[in-house]
Design a protein around this ligand. Structure first.
Ligand SMILES: *Cc1c(COP(=O)(O)O)cnc(C)c1O
Length: 482
């Protein structure tokens, strides 16, 4: 398969997969295969890979997509580490991304059995192993600087914990994260993991610090990293095959996926899986009250009206960065048109597909649809799913967003709603919905009390203070001095 180019640069020198993991695409674009063309699995190949276990499936899919950037033996070692029992202690029948039938064609795929109980574990564990492989090959070390307001921080730290060639520095606002999320990160601190709590700073302040030119040479792990998109493919394949089996279908039959969407990374992975020949029919984007993407799909207008805090906070966005990759494809791989469209949005907060020779029918042609939910919808859905499963399944608010959107529609074909987080992460809302909270997994019992606020270093919201702190751990030549 082609190497990776920039969505915004017609003169970009294509880069191989492993290089793309550790560099930024030129002209502030995102990495994407040239012309958004992907290798295809044919029907016979799909029949064959349907029999593989999750680990083997992941190796095959990633080898296809990355043009065997990592040899098979190394892939096997990476997959064993990414998906091991210690990280996923509570699999269902050995599957780490099990699909459960709720009723008829309505299914839920559990993506929150990993170490931090959110689907981000998949993308980040895959990325961490591959980055480490690339660093070993070049005998290099990497310092990562990132910001988080919730799930990304703990998932990245759990993924990179103990990886010797990487130091990870994670900025978070002192106020704003839930006690559970804070405790998850606090518990991971130590060795190569550093938690920096920005006093009097918001998540946006953290992002601003990360983007300061002084820290330009630090590595990034945010959701626009191509390696994270690739690391999210295996569960679509596994989910498809399980859905076919659960509903008595045949491989080749259509399956819809509903994806609780924030930054458009997860749903874009689904789009890539479909582009590789997986018979996904529709991808249905579910948004909460921050419904910029829902409005885009319904009208063709991409309009940043700011964001508000909701009960599914990991989807509280005002821009959806990975949408740019779809734009590049809708514009038939034209980087100048993509750049113009994105620049117009960035400068004026608003852009119309209609001004670029397209309209909302572009989404229809790609079989991408959307829906939205409110806090009330999500609470009712949590309770509804609990009743439909005789109390067995209690979903979180993000998953509820997806299931609510699925239930607003005619469910014509098997429909897999991705469960992007576990209820334990958002217990307050779950209690509001059903009047109780499910028993926690052993590993999460008493977490907040155990950690008790430890594991963070306080820093003022200042570039200079951050630089002084980082210089204690990081070589001088990593800093860009003006
Ligand atoms: C990050 C996150 C999302 C949004 O995923 P995107 O890839 O950014 O669209 C949804 N649900 C949960 C629980 C998350 O942590």
């Amino acid at each position: 398969m082609p190497e990776l180019v920039s969505t915004r640069d017609p003169n970009a020198e294509p880069v191989p997969y492993l290089d793309a993991l550790m560099s930024k695409a030129s002209h502030c674009g995102l990495h994407i295969p040239e012309d958004a063309s992907y290798p295809q699995f044919n029907r016979t190949e799909l029949d064959t890979i349907a029999t593989l276990n999750f680990e083997q499936l992941a190796i095959v899919v990633k080898t296809y997509l990355t043009n065997a950037a990592i040899p098979y033996t190394a892939q096997t070692r990476l997959a064993q580490r990414a998906y091991d029992r210690e990280a996923f202690p509570t699999t269902k029948d050995g599957n780490i991304a099990p699909v459960q039938q709720i009723v008829g064609n309505l299914l839920v795929q559990q993506l929150s059995l990993g170490p931090t109980a959110a689907f981000k574990d998949f993308g980040l564990r895959s990325l961490a192993g591959e980055m480490n492989y690339a660093l070993e090959r070049e005998d290099r070390h990497l310092n990562i600087l990132a910001g988080t307001s919730g799930d990304t921080g703990s998932a990245a730290e759990a993924a990179f914990k103990g990886i010797e060639r990487v130091n990870i520095f994670m900025l978070s606002p002192k106020k704003g994260m839930s006690p559970f999320q804070q405790a998850q990160m606090g518990e991971l601190s130590g060795e190569n993991v550093h938690n920096l709590s920005i006093v009097d700073g918001s998540f946006d302040d953290c992002q601003k610090l990360v983007k300061d030119p002084t820290f330009q040479k630090f590595g990034a792990v945010n959701s626009i990293n191509w390696g994270r998109i690739v690391g999210q493919l295996p569960y679509y394949f596994s989910g498809y095959f399980q859905a076919i089996e659960a509903t008595g279908g045949t491989i080749g039959d259509p399956v819809d996926f509903v994806v609780p969407t924030g930054n458009f990374g997860n749903v874009f992975s689904g789009h890539v899986a479909r582009s590789m020949g997986l018979p996904i029919r529709k991808l249905i984007i579910a948004t909460n009250e921050n419904n910029v993407i829902h409005r885009l799909v319904q009208t063709g207008e991409y309009y940043n009206t700011g964001s508000t805090i909701t009960s599914s906070p990991s989807m509280d966005i005002s821009v959806a960065s990975n949408y740019e990759r779809l734009v590049y494809e809708m514009f038939e791989g034209d980087p100048l048109l993509t750049r113009g469209y994105m620049r117009e949005f960035e400068l004026g907060k608003r852009v119309l597909l209609q001004d670029y020779g397209l309209d909302k029918s572009a989404f229809e042609r790609l079989n991408i649809e959307s829906g939205t939910s409110t806090h009330d919808d999500r609470l009712k859905t949590i309770d509804g799913v609990r009743m439909l499963t005789d109390g067995e399944l209690v979903i979180d608010t993000h998953t509820a967003d997806g299931v609510a959107v699925a239930m607003q529609r005619d469910i014509e074909v098997p429909t897999v709603c991705l469960a992007t987080a576990a209820a334990v992460k958002f217990e307050a809302s779950v209690r509001e919905a059903i009047g109780r909270i499910p028993e926690r997994d052993a590993r999460f019992r008493g977490l907040e009390e155990r950690v008790n606020g430890s594991g963070f270093v306080d820093l003022p919201n200042s570039q200079a203070a951050l630089e002084v702190y980082l210089r204690k751990f990081v070589d001088a030549d990593v800093f860009t001095t003006a």
